[in-house]
Unconditional design. Sequence first.
Length: 256
Amino acid sequence: MAINTSALKREENIIHLTYEDIIMLKKEITYRNPLTNIGYENEDILPDGGFGAVIAHAGVGKTALLVQMALNTMIRENNVLHISLHDAVSKVDVWYHELFQNIAANFNAAEIKDYWEKIQPHRFIMIFKVESFSVPKLEERLTELMEQNIFKPHTLIIDGLKFDESGRGPLLHLKELAKKYSIRIWFTVHAHRHEERAENDLPISFLHIADLFEVIVQLAAQADEVYIKALKGKSTDSAKNILFLDPATMLIKDRK
């Protein structure tokens, strides 16, 4: 029997998304992904075991950009483990809700709520204090999640790691962990405003570990806009190197 998927399915006054609605929402989230718009063509951006970094001054939007990356991963039914070293679970959750609402603004509230409930199980938030975070502790908790069949991540986000206080050792350990479990890891990297930059635009304090990263992007504020610039790892034949974002939403900004 033919099924009408062109209309929303209603049961007991609950609105459910049709297949076409889900496809449209996925396209919207994918289209809004800044990194795929500046030459990073693979949907995962990073290879298995790969490292990615978002470098910016405080308050520019590092976390918001990585939450967009996470949403793009979640809509493909891949799991994201979001590790925060400075925010509570509730605050991280707000980031996801607000950005998802902004991206899906063209859909009605019932559709947005229904789709959010479908993709939310693909995200797990884990909190560490900065001073207590270590790779062995992370591996222990990660192993527990996977061995108990609670959550197996496709992508990790580590938000708040202090690179200027961390040498190569912990990152090499994390790299081994990423390769062992075939996961990708994204980091936020805080750049000091007056820090000297190298010729490739990377902060001097980051150069000793830059070779461990497959992808590096920079966020910077410029007047009433934020721009994202690819510093490492993008497709070499892509002409677009800089993209402007709306600082209020951190979504791609239409330039007249």
